[in-house]
Design a protein around this ligand. Sequence first.
Ligand code: 6AU
Length: 267
Amino acid sequence: MSQLKTYAERAALHKNPSAKRLFELMERKQSNLSASVDVTTKAELLRITEAIGPYIVVLKTHIDILSDFDADTAVQLTRLADKHDFLIFEDRKFADIGNTVKLQYSSGVHKIASWAHITNAHIVPGEGIVKGLAEVGVPLQRCLLLLAEMSSKGSLATGEYTLEALRIARRNKDFCVGFIGQRRLEGLIPNETGEEEDFIYMTPGVQLGSKGDGLGQQYRTPREVVLECGCDVIIVGRGIYGSGDLVENAKVYQKAGWDAYLERVGR
Ligand code: 6AU
């Protein structure tokens, strides 16, 4: 059961360079925190990232909400990722046919594949979306997460849809290294290959002291997500940048996520 293994042990199970790096990074920084910095200017994004960089393993962006994105934004994010040792996850939620997502991933003003180590996709269009993204991402050593479940109330990503995400990921393991989801899925369908498998679960909808945001978002605590549901990386947005002291908030979530992980693996 990979959820009982340490992040360091799991690094060895991954061939994808970005996935392997993520596990190594978690162990090195003693953090399983991804910060979602959903702000609308470049200056704000860089200011917050500089402040919380030491405490996170993944910076999650929504690059299309920046009103002043330019090529230098990506240069600066990459500089901060090198300085503070974290990966960049562009939360693009691709959702079109393979040929279109290939262009959206590689081109346009954002050129996502050129700077984001991780991105994600819905499986609504079927497996072609993974094939299209892989044509761009694999040569660049990037990785993909599939949206198997969502944190929002009334999400339609349930049941058979969620299981199909697992099947697609199993068939595309070189690129598709895990899921956006609310719990571990491997046990839901037997793994017929008999080979040891390991997926990364990155989980949004995490906040201490709030249950929701009035627009459908639903929150759980780091402990519920990591210890009770076996997820690996907590994604925290407004819990960090929403109010109070950024650095203090980041430290609180880093500790809460890490303590839950230590308890899970019995260390
Ligand atoms: O902590 P919050 O609620 O301020 O922000 C949560 C972040 C947002 C969402 O776009 C994203 O997580 N998200 C996702 C992702 C990461 O794909 C999926 C989901 O089911 N729920 C969710 O909130 O940037």
